[in-house]
Design a protein around this ligand. Structure first.
Ligand code: GCU
Length: 680
């Protein structure tokens, strides 16, 4: 049986005898060059791995030459065994880069795991273990790697009472009540999992923040986590509630230019650094969805962020300020608000501020065009915010592999600041001058035994980590890797699961919101269809987004409509203002079109909508029949878990298709295409 707790770090016995032989030799003489907490973490990992791979404990050598097979240490520690050229090559990979490969010394060959720092030595070790697990380890091939993005971060939306906003995998893993005295061993497994992906930062608390986390007694609890995570290279951040000076500082204002407010923050920050000398900084949601912020005092986002940045700067801390802002008063189209508020502030943020932007301008929809802020500013550090938790994507009942969606966004051309720019080149800083780079993912982790609720939620955590490390990696390749680590080597398993994963995102888009439709989920919980949702604030109704009427459907964001399309580079806004030249996947995102509008296929828009919804359902069914072919190959516990959930997914897909099509038919007043299963 397998309950999924071990994630992708499930070190199974090595089957191939040649590899078994090589690995048992390496594990029979391990020598650590230095002593430090990250090396201790490596030791623990090697022990787990050795027990799993070989069913025996590893052996350490006291002498680096005699019986040693495996050398572990930093570049500095091993410098005498590396030629100058080799040293320079490794050094060039940066603080977090590593090299692993064979070193010949006085006629004897050693396999070495070398990082430019203790933490990157840990990264080298995880990569080494992964290559064994996936049966690709080869002593004679060298491997180097380094991350392209500086901060690779999880954002937990965890409340202090352990509920999790948009969390579908149980309660928060942070047991605030029993901290600091009781340290759940799960924290270490959490750190191992993240470090194995190169995730190096975590914000522990909800962006809809509670000021209490800044209290001394809470900081004492946070310190325990920070101390545990440090050897794994993970820095801790907290969310800061902008009104904290009022709520806990007894002040009458939280005005960022007020001296008392500034000293409040400075004192809080100094207190935190006293406990946690490498504290990362604050993540802030301000003036969005009712959260307090600088606008209450007629100050702008830069004034708010800079005030916190000034308090953090002396300690090397940073502020991550979110660009997810919207309110119905600013513009008739919510799409435009972030650019309206942040473009004029370009150049006004301190160097230690990163503006964190969701991948799209609305809100983590099944498919969105990239956010028009990417490429629109020149002197602002921009970070990417993806959502790993599947708020709008079936939550924890549906299998939706998000790697493909993120890849699509990262590869999108922004045409700014350079004609060749893509979202990836903007956020990794290569086409911009930004010195701080960030990719954040809203975590899908909870107290469920398998961490993520749906077993395949683990793949999204994994894929996020890999793309944050290297935004150019292919989502297909990442899925192959995850499958091998999670389900083993059998080629039939590989092929089937990969097929399921790669089809899953497009399927969800099709049965939920095809052709650029968006935000049609049930009100506020965002689960299941709700294109009919009305009442209350305009931007909380579904009609606001789909705009269906007797003539047609879609949101006109061209010049005849809200004009949001103009927030993109000319290359996009000019071309896409013509529906014929707009990618059909975004058609109704930017255009309101007649039901009989002719699509590239020759079908009418109405027919094509029907075909897409129907195709989504059919793919969901294929996903399950593919999965069922694995019944004999996957252990029964995981087989049944996924199989049952795929059953729910099919029902939900049908529910989406039937209800959405029947609802839209009340406007279109046309029959469904004959070739689809008729909704009822
Ligand atoms: C969405 C989500 C909220 C969350 C918000 C945010 O609107 O539904 O729960 O607080 O995003 O990102 O701040």
């Amino acid at each position: 049986a397998n309950d999924g707790y071990k994630l992708w770090l499930d070190y199974q016995p090595i089957e191939r005898s040649e590899l078994h032989q090589t690995v048992s030799e390496l594990f029979s003489g391990i020598f650590f060059f230095g002593k430090n907490p990250s090396h201790e973490a490596i030791k623990k990992e090697l022990e787990l791995a050795s027990q799993g791979f070989l069913k025996q404990a590893p052996k350490y050598s006291a002498d680096r030459f005699q019986t040693t097979q495996l050398w572990i240490g930093t570049r500095q520690e091993l410098s005498q065994f590396l030629g100058l050229e080799h040293q320079a090559k490794i050094k060039a990979l940066g603080e977090e880069g590593y090299w692993r490969g064979s070193i010949i010394h006085e006629g004897k060959s050693y396999y070495a795991l070398i990082g430019n720092s203790p933490v990157s030595t840990l990264y080298a070790s995880f990569d080494f273990l992964k290559s064994i697990q996936s049966n690709t380890f080869d002593k004679d091939t060298e491997k180097t790697d380094y991350p392209k993005i500086k901060l690779r971060m999880l954002n937990h939306w965890d409340n202090l009472d352990r509920t999790v906003e948009r969390g579908y995998a149980g309660f928060s893993i942070w047991d605030w009540h029993r901290l600091p005295g009781y340290v759940d061993p799960r924290y270490i497994d959490y750190a191992r999992a993240n470090a194995s992906l190169g995730i190096n930062a975590v914000s522990l608390t909800n962006v809809n923040a509670n000021a209490w986390i800044l209290r001394e007694d809470f900081v004492e609890k946070v310190k325990v986590l920070a101390d545990l995570f440090r050897p794994y290279g993970i820095k801790v951040f907290l969310t800061a509630r902008f009104s904290a000076p009022i709520e806990m500082g007894n002040l009458e204002t939280a005005d960022p230019l007020d001296e008392q407010v500034r000293s409040f923050w400075k004192e809080r920050v100094d207190m935190i650094y006293e406990a946690i000398p490498d504290f990362g900084g604050f993540l802030v949601k301000a003036n969005s969805e009712g959260q307090p912020g600088p606008h209450e005092y007629n100050r702008d986002h830069a004034e708010g962020a800079n005030m916190l940045a000034d308090a953090l700067a002396p300690h090397g801390g940073i502020v991550i300020w979110r660009a997810f802002v919207y309110s119905h008063e600013i513009d008739e189209d919510r799409h435009k608000q972030a650019n309206l508020e942040f473009e004029p502030l370009d150049g006004k943020f301190r160097d230690n501020v990163i503006v964190q932007v969701k991948n799209g301008a609305i809100d983590f929809q099944p498919r969105e065009p990239f956010h028009p802020l990417f490429g629109a500013v020149k002197e602002t550090n921009l970070g990417m915010e993806f959502q790993i938790t599947q708020e709008y994507l079936g939550q924890a009942t549906q299998l939706v592999y998000l790697g493909t969606m993120w890849e699509e966004i990262l590869m999108d051309k922004t045409y700014r600041p350079k004609p060749s720019s893509t979202v990836a080149r903007v956020i990794d800083g290569s086409d911009t001058e930004q010195n701080l780079t960030l990719m954040a993912g809203v975590s899908n982790i909870g107290t469920d035994r398998n961490w993520t609720g749906h077993l395949f939620g683990q793949a999204n955590w994994y894929a996020f980590g890999q793309l944050a490390w290297d935004p150019d990696r292919s989502a297909a390749e990442i899925s192959e890797e995850w499958i091998k680590l999670t389900f083993g080597q059998k080629p039939e398993i590989q092929a089937k699961i990969k097929e399921i994963m790669l089809a899953s995102h497009e399927a969800a888009v099709n049965y939920m919101t095809p052709l650029g439709l968006h935000h049609l989920m049930g009100r506020s919980h965002h689960y299941g269809p709700g294109p009919w949702v009305e009442g209350g604030r305009a931007d909380w109704t579904s009609l606001y987004y789909h705009r269906a009427d007797s003539l047609g459907i879609g949101f006109d964001r061209t010049e005849t409509g809200s004009g949001a399309l103009n927030q993109y580079a000319n290359e996009i806004s000019k071309t896409w203002s013509d529906p014929k030249k707009t990618p059909e996947k975004f058609l109704l995102w930017f255009h309101h079109l007649p039901w009989d509008y002719q699509m590239q296929s020759g079908n009418t828009l109405w027919e094509e909508i029907g075909l897409h919804y129907d195709k989504g359902v059919k793919t969901a069914r294929e996903m399950r029949s593919n999965w069922r072919e694995l019944e004999k190959l996957v252990d029964s516990e995981r087989f049944s878990h996924v199989d049952q959930l795929l059953g729910v997914q099919i029902e939900e897909a049908e529910w989406w298709r039937n209800s959405s099509l029947l609802y839209f038919q009340t406007f279109a007043k046309r029959p469904f295409p004959d070739s689809i299963e008729q909704p009822e």
